[in-house]
Write a protein that binds this ligand. Sequence first.
Ligand SMILES: [Zn+2]
Ligand SMILES: [Zn+2]
Length: 333
Amino acid sequence: MNKAPTQNMIAYRWALTAMGYPVPISQARRGERYSCPLCHGPMIPRLGDQLQHHFAHEEDTGCTTEAVTRAAVRRWITIQLRDAIASRQVAKARWTCSKCGQQHSADLLEGVAVIHEGYYWDPTHYADVGLVDRAGNVCGVIVVQDELLPTPETLHFFLNQDTFTIVIPASVEPAGSDFATLVAQGQIAGAPCPNLQKQANIIRDPEAIRQALRDVVARWPAYFYGPLETVEGLANVLRIGNHALWLPPDQWREVIGGTRNPLAPGVQVTMQEWKHDDGGAIWLYYVTVRDTCAVGVRRFGPGQAQMQMPTIDHRFRQHKTTALDVVKSLVMQ
Ligand SMILES: [Zn+2]
Ligand SMILES: [Zn+2]
């Protein structure tokens, strides 16, 4: 009878040295003492010729390879970052902004004073490493990515914060000791937008956006339309009176939603309906015509109208038609 494989048959890629420094198996030495970053039990480097080199627990444990790798990589990143802060390194990065579409650059370590190994943003959102300034504000988070983590929801949450989100693959290979080398093995998935931060008056909160769109049609004439403009370098701004709403396509999809209808080449209308308890409804349109964008809102009283597909007649196939022309005709249909 074959013996059932035991836990200590599991091949691990990382372990801690006696000094608590994480090393991958490629840097392990025969005869040295190693331990598991999770259970702290002793580990042995298997450096034979038969199998791929790996660490093994001396005794059975419940540690999974994924969890051990994440714990070791997290520790390794933390140590490197603390060194970087202590030696006042600068980590210049350039990225294309997912929020305004422009190129920005910044020092990723600017203002960073404390590195947290394991950081709970709130009880449900965990980052492997948190970069925090003297006042306790989060400057950035680092998440180690394997097949299981972070969940899409967690990643999405961090990307929506005004902070750097750096994704480092769990397969990362230690090289060098500067932060730039580390980031080069991952990617800047999210970053604060200086254009957005400059404009404190801009409304970005989902509920505040919905409220502003409800309010604008609460009074006569019960419809509104306007173009999305670029205001001080920030694109996709809708002005409603003294308010300015930030509404790039992703934000609209998330905050308002609706069905997307490609009506003609280069012409797209996303429509959403908010039903009222009284039988009335508010219709919302997000229109893209080539490189122009516009938003329209219209309120209908009880029994006034049914949602229907907008009709785009021949006028809108002309080249000089803008999104504003289309949205105007939609709200006034
Ligand atoms: Zn362990
Ligand atoms: Zn930006």
